[in-house]
Design a protein around this ligand. Structure first.
Ligand code: SAM
Ligand code: SF4
Length: 463
């Protein structure tokens, strides 16, 4: 029997990196490689890297050393955020066999794995997204709608690592979603650095310019029982038109991940975020008024004359965020404004990052003058508030019956999943006839609320 070459992929970082790895896997398999059991056995090891924070970068240095020690004959390919950083290339030197910025994967010739240190880009930054991925899940799929970022937030490496914004055509995205839905997928997660700045010109559609709101409507129009989730939304691009679309499309999950990054106007300005604390607070109120309460006095409902057709329905929305503590020069007084914002907005979840200087970014030139101990203290203060507000929000679910997408069963035998608002939910099933509901929508009556999760009793399978 002919020996088949093998590969193994290690992924660090965000949803976009996970999705990129799914495309790399598919591409390698198309070129005759098969998946190895571990990195120690593989002919080819792909490391999809993240450089958003120093800790993620340090993990890569550790992993490269370990892989080379355990599998000296394996060829190591480094892709992701760090693949174009000259200082990283110099530091890792010959330990890496091929540096492969993800957008150049289509140029990669697997038969001649040479030290092609700088393959010439012949493709657009998002052409590789046309590769049909090897999805990791059988019911939930990441569908990237674009790549890159134009915003140049002062702390962020993404515009340098992934380049300027480029978007996939609506036709290509729709074709991928149609195929997934036909195969029974229940959740489509649209991803990009800023999904809501999506815009393309279309030759094929009647609508010549397609923005994110339009794209959501087109995807919602695909028949089938599935949820549409999306991340990340930039507050400055959250238009009234988009809020109206989210309100009107039942398939669109009422979960908005809206990174605030800081709650102080001076810090926001230094970060180059393009909005003020007041803008952000007003935006969250507008979203909640329009989606959650379906309030007859809602600006958006009135502006667009939407009928409040479901006044009795329990219709929660969840607002989650990213925030950075200890940005250069952030004083205690400025941080107190972030604390105030957290108390006012009452987030459902927040990803709190300690500032970490990134080479090449504007903030890298500023002194990283908030000590690590103080960053940790600020992080803990925000976590305390978050726990309180998330619990308060979750208590509203008590006694209500909500839809949950079942994603697994724990070692203790308890089923679990999440709601459309992205609340992790443990599911008790007393009906012994229920055998396998992974990847299905079920109705669950909520009996317990914790800060970061819910618990409920299975009532029935819905779709
Ligand atoms: N596009 C999204 C937005 O507008 O907020 C965020 C994408 S970024 C890759 C993911 C998160 O990493 C950011 O929201 C931010 O909180 C965090 N992050 C980015 N650069 C950072 C840095 N230098 N130090 C600490 N956290 C950082
Ligand atoms: Fe980074 Fe800002 Fe772009 Fe988000 S919007 S990816 S934080 S530069």
């Amino acid at each position: 029997m002919k020996y088949k070459k093998t590969y193994y992929i290690i992924t660090i970082g965000c949803q976009m990196n996970k999705s990129d790895s799914e495309r790399v896997a598919a591409y390698l398999e198309k070129h005759g490689y098969s998946l190895a059991k571990s990195e120690t056995k593989a002919d080819l090891i792909v490391l999809t890297t993240c450089g958003v924070r120093q800790a993620a970068e340090d993990r890569v240095y550790g992993l490269v050393g370990k892989i080379k020690k355990k599998n000296p004959k394996g060829k190591l390919i480094l892709t992701g955020c760090l693949s174009e950083r000259e200082d990283v290339r110099q530091r890792l030197g010959d330990k890496v066999d091929l540096w492969l910025p993800i957008s150049q994967i289509l140029n990669f010739k697997f038969q001649i794995l040479k030290k092609a240190r700088n393959p010439k880009p012949e493709t657009r930054n998002c052409d590789y997204l046309g590769i049909k991925p090897k999805y990791s899940s059988k019911f939930s799929a990441f569908v990237p709608i674009g790549n890159g970022c134009n915003n140049f937030c002062a702390y962020c490496v993404v515009p340098y690592a992934r380049g300027r914004e480029v978007y996939r055509s609506a036709e290509e995205i729709l074709a991928e979603v149609r195929d997934l839905v036909a195969r029974g997928y229940k959740e489509i997660v649209l991803i990009a650095q800023n999904v809501n700045s999506y815009k393309v010109k279309s030759q094929k559609s009647k609508v010549k310019r397609i923005n994110f709101s339009r794209l959501l409507r087109m995807i919602s129009g695909i028949s089938g029982d599935f949820w549409i989730r999306f991340a990340t939304s930039h507050p400055k691009d959250m238009s009234d038109e988009l809020i109206k679309t989210i309100a009107e499309c039942d398939k669109v999950c009422k979960h908005i991940h809206l990174p605030v990054q800081a709650g102080d106007d001076e810090v926001l300005k230094k970060m180059n975020r393009g909005y003020t604390r007041e803008d952000y607070i007003k935006l969250v109120k507008k979203i909640r008024n329009s989606l959650e309460i379906l309030n007859p006095k809602s600006e958006i409902l009135n502006k667009f004359k939407i009928q409040n057709s479901k006044p009795e329905r329990f219709n929660p929305v969840s607002i989650t965020t990213d925030v950075i503590v200890g940005f250069p020069g952030e004083t205690k007084k400025q941080f107190a404004n972030t604390v105030k914002l957290f108390k006012e907005v009452k987030f459902d979840m927040a990803y709190i990052a300690r500032y970490s200087g990134r080479p090449g970014t504007a903030a890298y030139k500023l002194k990283d003058d908030v000590s690590l101990a103080e960053k940790k203290r600020r992080e803990e203060e925000l976590i305390k508030i978050l726990r309180r507000t998330a619990l308060e929000n979750n208590k509203k679910y008590l006694g209500k019956t909500v839809e949950v997408l079942v994603v697994g069963k724990s070692r203790k035998g308890e089923w679990y999943g999440y709601t459309e608002t992205n609340k992790n939910t443990g599911i008790k099933i007393y009906d012994l006839r229920i055998k396998n509901i992974i990847g299905k929508f079920v109705k669950v009556k909520i009996i317990k609320a914790r800060d970061f999760g819910l618990e409920g009793v299975y009532t029935k399978e819905t779709k």
